[in-house]
Design a protein around this ligand. Sequence first.
Ligand SMILES: NC(=O)c1ccc[n+]([C@@H]2O[C@H](COP(=O)([O-])OP(=O)(O)OC[C@H]3O[C@@H](n4cnc5c(N)ncnc54)[C@H](O)[C@@H]3O)[C@@H](O)[C@H]2O)c1
Ligand SMILES: O=P(O)(O)OC[C@H](O)CO
Length: 334
Amino acid sequence: MTKHFKTFGVIGGGAWGTAIAQMLTRADQDVLIWCREPEISDAINTRHENTGFLPGVALNPALKATSDLADLHLMDALFAVAPAQHTRATLMALKGHIRPGTPVVLCSKGIELKTGEFMTQVLKDELPEAVPAVMSGPSFAIDVAKGLPTAVTFAIEDEALGTELIAAVATPNFRPYLAHDLLGAEIGGAVKNVLAIACGIALGKGLGRSAHAALIARGSAEMTRLALALGAERETLSGLSGLGDLVLTCSSETSRNMSCGMALGKGERLEDILGARNAVTEGVATAPVLKRLAAERGVDMPICDAVADVIEGAISVDEAIQQLLMRPNKAETV
Ligand SMILES: NC(=O)c1ccc[n+]([C@@H]2O[C@H](COP(=O)([O-])OP(=O)(O)OC[C@H]3O[C@@H](n4cnc5c(N)ncnc54)[C@H](O)[C@@H]3O)[C@@H](O)[C@H]2O)c1
Ligand SMILES: O=P(O)(O)OC[C@H](O)CO
C-alpha cells in the first residue's frame, strides 16, 4: 500500500464496478462503492453480495456500499464504472466533491450517443479538475471478482502518478500495465463491443469459425484505422485494450455484446434480447454513434457500419451479411 492513496470510491454498482471494488479490497484499500439502487448497496453491506448484478460471488466484508453519491466526498481516487450513457450524470453529481488533481479512472467502454464523446472528454466537461486515467482490457467482471488472473491497460499521462496508482491497486492476479495513450485505450474498448455483436451474429447465423476469425482480423483493422485517424497510437490497438479485449469479447458468450449478436443471428428481435436482460450491452448504443464518427472522419468501417444498420433496423441481418460479402476485393491493409 502506498502513502498517497488510502481511500477509493467506485462509481457504479454493476458487475464491473463490483468486481473492481472487490479487487481493490484485495489490495488492502479502503473502498466505498456507489450503487444507484439502494437495495443493491444494502445487499453489499449486509449480505456481502451484489444480488442484482453479480449474484453468487462472495464479496469481501470490508467492502462498504452507499446509494448516495455525495458519500464519495474527497476520496483519494475514483473509478468511474457507470454505463457510458450514464457516466456524465454521475460525474456531474460529484461536482464539489473532489479535490483538484484527484485521479478518476474511467472504466466504461463506450461513446456517448448524444455528443459523440469518449469518456475522457465527458470527464473533462464535467470535472475538469480531475486527472483522467483509462483502465481497459480483457476482463470479465466474474473473472476479476473471483480473483482469476487478469491483465489490463492502465493509461494515464503522468507516468509517476500512474506508477503510484498501479502500485496501490495491483495484486499478483490483477496486473495493470502502464500506458500513456488514453484515447487509444478508449477506442479499443468501445469498438470491440460493436465488433463482438458482429461476431455473435456470424456465429448465431451459423457462418462458421473461418468467418468469425475474418471478422476479428478485419475488425481489428477497422479499429486501428479509426485510432490512427483520431490521433491514437497503433501500438495501443495491438495491446491488451485493443486486440486483447477484442479476442476475449468476440470469443465468449459471457460477453453481453457477443451473446446479443448471437441472438440477433438466430433471428431474435433486439427489443426482446435487451428486454430480457438486467445488464448493459454497450455496443448497441455505441454502434450508431461510431458510424457517425467514422463518416465524419472519412474512416472506412464497413463491419461496424453494418452492425449499426442492423441495430437501427435499417437493414436485416441477411442484408448486412450480403452487403459485407459483396464488397469489392481489395488489398489487405489497415
Ligand atoms: N461486466 C463486465 O465484465 C465489464 C468488464 C469491463 C468493462 N465493463 C464496462 O463497465 C461498464 C458498466 O458495466 P457493468 O457490467 O458494470 O454494468 P451491469 O450491466 O452489470 O449493470 C448495469 C449498471 O447500470 C447502472 N445504471 C442503469 N441505469 C443507470 C442510470 N440512469 N444512471 C447510472 N447508472 C445506471 C445500474 O445501476 C448498474 O450498475 C460498461 O461500460 C461496461 O462496458 C464491464
Ligand atoms: O460483456 P461485455 O460484452 O460488455 O464485455 C465485458 C468486458 O468488456 C470484456 O473485457
